[in-house]
Design a protein around this ligand. Structure first.
Ligand SMILES: NC(=O)C1=CN([C@@H]2O[C@H](COP(=O)(O)OP(=O)(O)OC[C@H]3O[C@@H](n4cnc5c(N)ncnc54)[C@H](O)[C@@H]3O)[C@@H](O)[C@H]2O)C=CC1
Ligand SMILES: O=C(O)CCC(=O)C(=O)O
Length: 414
């Protein structure tokens, strides 16, 4: 039978299993098996050449029993409805795992920002906010950056919402530039969270980060900061990649040089002749493998060839359910996305708190608070997995879904 690559239905399967293990009945699964709201909008944008292009976009809100929904907006040509639904469900789990007072949300626009001018991107970003304005807001649903979106796009979106609202609303969105109410450390937060989780996982496996061989797929926000942090800790980053290919050097790559040469979309390999493919990268001999790009990269087809001792998912959904089973059976420690990549939303929450208070924290305060959240979350999921003898993904789903399930029950929804 063909492997299930549908992110939405495969997520439903694990949610069901987690709820069963927690003792909830079918009604709870019926509530949590898909988002409460899914808005599908079409956004007309005047292009620079005078033509009009109509873009399709989505905003999913999985569950708001705990609090407002929260999650990024992705600009990508392959975004689709099922993907956005799954991503919103993962946000519920992430917020549960790191204990933030949010439910999960996520948005996406089908577009290729690499082919658009800055002016076109600005019109599209503002159009998206107008199109979803009825269901979002600082106490309803708070967007943030994700694949191919950044602080500039957050700034345009915040400005558009503030104009509609008729007052400055920094708490409408997170991941903003610091001068517009962004938090210290949000730009590097996802990678910092991944680094903390890698350190914890390495301790469990008796691996010294100093000298450990690390391979990272993706050289964007998550992947590039992570490469820097790993090499600063003394690890040997022997492979990195982007959408066009991958670089490999068993003696360690010069990360500072690569950071200097990458473009704003995380592309760097096009400058080199000696490249390998992304598939070859994933199968390199290494200690720690970090998929930090896109979904469905480790599947039943290549899971048997993964050589890493630890796989840490910085990306959302890089490993299929079948591959999760294969890796776990092979004794590889797989740290799932909903735990490993929760540093981004954690510092987004800090940003929102600071916006609401109008009082701003130092980079050191942010780092300390993030560290505690990530270490506690890792320990909680790891202990759940080992005491129940289940894989880390199922354990993370159990930890992540419990609070939303309880809040829904107390509200009398189920
Ligand atoms: N930015 C954030 O705060 C967070 C990001 N994530 C996840 O991390 C992953 C990466 O996100 P960002 O670094 O923010 O995105 P980004 O847009 O900054 O970078 C994406 C990177 O992936 C590469 N890439 C794109 N398509 C690829 C393909 N087909 N094969 C190999 N590489 C490919 C790009 O070339 C680029 O290097 C995504 O799954 C995202 O959902 C998760 C939590 C928070
Ligand atoms: O920072 C946020 O609010 C959301 C980040 C996000 O979209 C994710 O963790 O996948």
């Amino acid at each position: 039978m063909a492997e299930n690559l549908n992110l939405f239905t495969s997520t439903q399967d694990v949610i069901k299993e987690a709820l069963n293990k927690l003792g909830y009945d079918e009604a709870m699964y019926e509530l949590l098996k898909e988002p409460l709201r899914m808005l599908h909008v079409r956004i007309p944008v005047k292009m620079d050449d005078g033509t009009t292009q109509v873009f399709t976009a989505y905003r999913a809100q999985h569950n708001d029993a705990v609090g407002p929904t929260k999650g990024g907006v992705r600009f990508h040509p392959m975004v689709n409805e099922d993907e956005v639904k799954a991503l919103s469900m993962w946000m519920t789990l992430k917020c549960g795992i790191v204990d933030l007072p949010y439910g999960g949300g996520k948005g996406g626009i089908i577009c290729d920002p690499r082919q658009m001018s800055m002016r076109e991107l600005e019109r599209l970003s503002r159009g998206y906010v107008r199109a979803i304005s009825q269901i979002v807001g600082p106490t309803k649903d708070i967007p943030a950056p994700d694949v191919f979106t950044n602080a500039q796009i957050m700034a345009w979106m915040m400005d558009e919402y503030s104009r509609m609202d008729e007052f400055n609303s920094p708490g409408f969105i997170t991941g903003k530039p610091i001068v517009l109410g962004g938090s210290q450390g949000r730009d590097r937060a996802t990678a910092e969270g991944v680094t903390i989780v890698i350190e914890e996982a390495a301790k469990k496996r008796g691996i010294d980060i100093k000298g450990a061989r690390v391979v990272i797929q993706g050289f964007g926000n998550a992947g590039s900061f992570l490469a820097k942090f790993m090499s600063d800790l003394g690890a040997k980053v022997i492979g990195i990649s982007d959408a066009h290919g991958a670089l490999h050097d068993p003696n360690g790559l010069d990360i500072d040089y690569l950071l200097d040469r990458r473009d704003s979309f995380g592309t760097v390999t096009t400058l080199f002749e000696n490249t390998i493919t992304n598939q070859e990268l994933l199968e390199l001999d290494c200690d720690i493998l970090v998929p930090a790009a896109i979904e469905n990269q480790i599947t039943a087809e290549n899971a048997h060839n993964i050589k890493a001792n630890i796989v840490v998912e910085a990306a959302n959904g890089p490993t299929t359910s079948e591959a999760t089973k294969i890796l776990t059976d092979r004794g590889i420690l797989l740290v799932p996305d909903v735990l490993a990549s929760a540093g981004g939303v954690t510092v987004s929450y800090f940003e929102w708190v600071q916006n609401n208070q109008g009082y701003y924290w130092t980079a050191e305060e942010v780092r300390e608070k993030l560290y505690k959240k990530m270490v506690d979350a890792f320990e909680n999921v790891y202990t759940t997995a080992t005491t129940r003898n289940i894989n880390m993904r199922l354990a993370a789903y159990m930890v992540g879904v419990r609070r939303t399930a309880e809040a829904s029950r107390f509200r009398g929804w189920v």
